[in-house]
Design a protein around this ligand. Structure first.
Ligand SMILES: C[S@@+](CC[C@H](N)C(=O)[O-])C[C@H]1O[C@@H](n2cnc3c(N)ncnc32)[C@H](O)[C@@H]1O
Length: 290
């Protein structure tokens, strides 16, 4: 007996089956389920595009678009920052605040390689109107740069970026620090050092994280002729800082930084130089891109 014969023997069974199929297929719910199944199968059979590791994907996710605002003139840099960050009032106007006054050192200014010849070399070469320093600490390199620009008769504004918080465990390392309610007072000690160096008109700070501060400068059109990167030295921090710092480098300006000997910094500098076609010059402990 073939199949047709069997169906002819059970005509009722055949028509019931066809009917059931027809009603099932006509239900919208069936289409939705079918669609979901097709989607899941498609998803499983292809790797997700966000997770694919092609060079172009990696490059795309690591790129830092460099569309910043039109540049403000160098003579407006200080005013722009005081207006955007300090409500149009110089932060030195009522400095120091009462609670910090008895806790500050007259001068307690230290750094790492803060007075190395690279600063003199680059300031003589570039004659900057605006310097942006990413990682300032107590202001040792910033106040040193003020002295150098004055010696050359330059009218230079130095924009100091630092969160002025220190780092985890720093309080144990540095007994000179006084702390009030978890605040290490680094910002006030930095400001005190700037007062002491008679440099309050030459220095303005952005007391925020490096990424936030550099983003602000980019949005306001504040660019540096010299941009120095000397904040955290692990690869990821250095990589992000260098990329963000590059966005606010004036055309023809120089990007440089400290601690080339640190593997994280060195790796970030080399990748950045390769991606953007820069050469790396070493001056003491510093790297310079040109
Ligand atoms: C090596 S010190 C800078 C020294 C300074 N350039 C000098 O020579 O005197 C590094 C500074 O970077 C700051 N820093 C590190 N990571 C930062 C971040 N993500 N945002 C803001 N500041 C940061 C630290 O607070 C510290 O004060």
């Amino acid at each position: 007996m073939n199949l047709d014969d069997r169906d002819q023997q059970h005509p009722r069974r055949k028509s019931q089956f066809i009917k059931r199929m027809e009603t099932t297929v006509s239900k919208p719910r069936a289409y939705v389920i079918l669609l979901i199944l097709v989607f899941i199968l498609g998803y499983l059979s292809h790797s997700h595009p966000l997770l694919s590791q092609t060079a172009s994907d990696v490059y795309e996710h690591n790129s830092f678009p460099n569309e910043c605002a039109a540049p403000v003139p160098a003579s407006d840099v200080r005013r722009t920052i005081i207006s955007r960050v300090f409500n149009n009032t110089s932060p030195w106007e009522s400095f120091p605040p009462t609670h910090a006054r008895p806790l500050l050192w007259q001068e307690w200014n230290k750094g790492w390689g803060s007075q190395m010849p690279v600063f003199e070399h680059l300031i003589e070469q570039v004659r900057p109107r605006t310097i942006i320093e990413v990682g300032t600490f107590l202001g040792a390199s910033a106040t040193h740069m003020v002295g150098l620009t004055r010696k050359l008769g330059l009218d230079t504004q130095i924009v100091c970026i630092d969160d002025f918080r220190g780092w985890p465990g720093y309080y144990d390392e540095e007994k000179s620090l006084k702390m009030v309610n978890g605040d290490s007072l680094l910002l006030y000690q930095f400001m005190q050092n700037v007062v002491r160096a008679n440099a309050t008109e030459s220095i303005i700070m952005l007391p925020f994280s490096a990424g936030t501060a550099l983003g602000g400068l980019c949005d306001w059109g504040v660019y540096g002729d010299l941009v120095e990167v000397d904040a955290a030295h692990d690869f990821h921090s250095a990589w992000v800082d260098i990329n963000n710092a590059f966005k606010v480098l004036k055309p023809g300006g120089v990007l440089f930084g400290h601690d080339y000997a640190w593997v994280g910094v060195r790796t970030a500098v080399h990748i950045f130089a390769r991606v953007h076609g820069f050469q790396i010059r070493i001056d003491g402990e510093h790297w310079i891109l040109y």
